[in-house]
Every structure is written in structure tokens, then in C-alpha cells.
Design a protein around this ligand. Structure first.
Ligand code: ZN
Length: 230
């Protein structure tokens, strides 16, 4: 009998595999991303069916064979019913979990991304407005994955005047230091700084226009892809 291991994790994604199997990607505190293969999960009554839905917190028991983690048993710990029942919360959760999938490497024994993601889901479940919570989470997730954007003034001179966004250089860059394009509005600059600085549970108190949050998310997405491609 292969040696059994145990892990707690948040389901970031599931995908069908072969005819009746499912692969679930978990975010765990002990080993970063962990892919587990649930043999026969799509057959009725087999372990790993509904328990492995995205955003669930689960405990899995698995064994390794030829480099694959094979699911032996799964126990649902927390299902976040409110997130699943309210579309804006579900959309925010799915975006956040997709970012975690992109940013957290496999086999990394760092509990910080897991804790942050857990806090994000708890906030969504307990009624924090999803918009600022999501963008604040994305900023903090970038930071704990080693890709924090520079937000304290211009990344070259520290000045606060005529700041533009540079995904390549890594944050705010003023026009005098070579920043290109239209300067960012002061509201956007201050909002980004606030979202990065405040702890997640405090973000519900921020009053931010939806359009501003969308603009910040767009800048961060471009930043993430440029930083990951380096
Ligand atoms: Zn500058």
C-alpha cells in the first residue's frame, strides 16, 4: 500500500480528465499548489464529486504514484454558500482564484497565499462588498508572490507628480523619469495605495466607484502578465 498523505486546501479549479476522472487544483498552506487526480469522480457516489467544487475548503487524503497525487478520500470543510448564491460574489471569487492559480507555484511550502485567499473568501462570504475586496486581494496576492508593484510615488525618483503606470518597470513612473502616456488620476493613485495598505477586512469601508476598480484591475492584469513573462 502506498503511503498516504493529508492536506487541507482551497479548490482553485477542477477539470475533467479521461472518461470519469477529475483533476482538482488545490491551494494548500503546506505545499502551494497541489494537483490531485480523483479517479472515477464523475461516477455517481464516488469520493470527490461535489466536494471538489471551486472555492470549497477541503481536506484530502492522497497517495503518490508516478509523480501524480491520487485522491483516496475527500472531506468538505467549508462550502461558502453565500458566495455561490450571489453572482457578484461568485464572480469576484472566481477571478481571485484564477489569479492564485496563475501566481502560486507548485510545491512551495509557504502558508501566506493560502491564508490570504482564505481571508478573501471569508470576507466575500460574510458580506464585505466584493469590488474593493477583490482588487485589494489581487494587489496583496501579487505582493506575497514576490511581484509587489511599486506604489510609493515614482519608482525612480519617489515624486508624486504626473505618475503613469509602467507594467515593465514595475509600478508608478513619473513623466520626468520616462513615464509614457496620460498621467493617472490622483484618485486612482490614492485608491491603489489604500487597497494595498489596508488589511482585507477593512476594505469594505472604502467607497470606490466601480469604474475606478475596473481600471485598476486592468492595470494589474497587464502588470501580472508582463512580470510573469520576464
Ligand atoms: Zn520620477
Amino acid at each position: 500500500m502506498a503511503q498516504l498523505s493529508r492536506a487541507v486546501g482551497i479548490v482553485l479549479r477542477t477539470q475533467n480528465h479521461a472518461e470519469t476522472d477529475r483533476i482538482a487544483v488545490l491551494l494548500t498552506p503546506s505545499q502551494g499548489r497541489l494537483d490531485v487526480l480523483a479517479k472515477g469522480a464523475r461516477r455517481l457516489g464516488r469520493p470527490g464529486g461535489a466536494a471538489l467544487d471551486v472555492s470549497n475548503l477541503v481536506e484530502v487524503i492522497y497517495y503518490r504514484r508516478r509523480g501524480l497525487a491520487l485522491l483516496k478520500d475527500v472531506d468538505l470543510r467549508r462550502a461558502f454558500p453565500r458566495i455561490k448564491g450571489e453572482l457578484p460574489r461568485l464572480e469576484a471569487a472566481l477571478t481571485g482564484l484564477t489569479w492564485a492559480l496563475r501566481l502560486v507555484p507548485k510545491g512551495q511550502p509557504d502558508p501566506t497565499p493560502f491564508r490570504l485567499t482564505w481571508q478573501f473568501l471569508e470576507g466575500l462570504e460574510t458580506g464585505t462588498p466584493p469590488g474593493p475586496l477583490k482588487v485589494g486581494y489581487l494587489l496583496k496576492l501579487l505582493a506575497v508572490s514576490g511581484h509587489a508593484p511599486h506604489l510609493r510615488g515614482c519608482l525612480r525618483c519617489g515624486g508624486e507628480g504626473e505618475l503613469t503606470w509602467s507594467s515593465r518597470e514595475g509600478g508608478f513612473l513619473c513623466r520626468a523619469c520616462g513615464g509614457k502616456g496620460e498621467p493617472l488620476g490622483i484618485k486612482l493613485v490614492r485608491t491603489m495605495q489604500g487597497l494595498a495598505r489596508l488589511p482585507l477586512p477593512a476594505l469594505g469601508r472604502l467607497q470606490v466607484a466601480e469604474a475606478l476598480l475596473e481600471e485598476i484591475e486592468r492595470l494589474l492584469l497587464e502588470f501580472r502578465e508582463v512580470q510573469l513573462s520576464r
